[in-house]
Design a protein around this ligand. Sequence first.
Ligand SMILES: C[S@@+](CC[C@H](N)C(=O)[O-])C[C@H]1O[C@@H](n2cnc3c(N)ncnc32)[C@H](O)[C@@H]1O
Length: 227
Amino acid sequence: MSFEGGTLPADAVRGMFDRIAPVYDAMNRVMTAGLDQRWRRITVAEAVREGDRVLDACCGTGDLAIAAQKRGAEVTGLDFSEAMLVRARKKAPGIEWVQGDMLALPFEAGSFDAITVGFGVRNVTDLEAGLLELRRVLRPGGRVGILEITTPRGWLRPFYRLWFDRVVPLLGKVLPGGDAYTYLPASVRRFPPPAELSGLLERNGFAAVRFRLFAGGIVALHVGDAR
Ligand SMILES: C[S@@+](CC[C@H](N)C(=O)[O-])C[C@H]1O[C@@H](n2cnc3c(N)ncnc32)[C@H](O)[C@@H]1O
């Protein structure tokens, strides 16, 4: 299967995450030099308050949901990959883990005070529909925190291209589900840059959208309030 366009049908995305689940956490630590957990903690600090009902959508193996729980929130993690959820359940049996699709969330409107999504929205087949669905299950005034890989501008860009387009796919060749690491750079390339994502959030039910960049602009955190 070719990943050049970075778009895949939902079933193929789910199958890919099912396959890489055993190495997912280790790959995260290697690819980010261990910074990914710090970015998750900052996401939670900006979007989640103690006592909030929080949805962590596209929760994967659960690290962002666990960070929200540590902040004193009541957390539900949702993902469509059962293999990722198996790992999340092992790490934190006390969190409610739900198998489901971010494009058709199995929750009533206004169910949550905050939603976090870590490295997830890039994979959703219809980004605007996904943002609208997040907005639907947030109460008015609730917060969304979206942590996502993005393409840096400036001097870092050539190093980033080398790392992401050459080294990461190479790593993937020796790991189970390695095709995911060809898909990863392609999916980042087609994802809207930070200012554009802010506009999309504003047009799909969110206000006061702001973003900050990490690691020289490789990762962006967008935070917004549900209108
Ligand atoms: C790169 S992982 C991120 C996992 C986790 N949030 C983290 O911070 O590491 C992306 C996750 O999104 C999930 N995912 C992608 N599209 C989805 C959708 N439409 N509905 C639910 N989960 C989805 C995948 O199964 C995968 O576990």
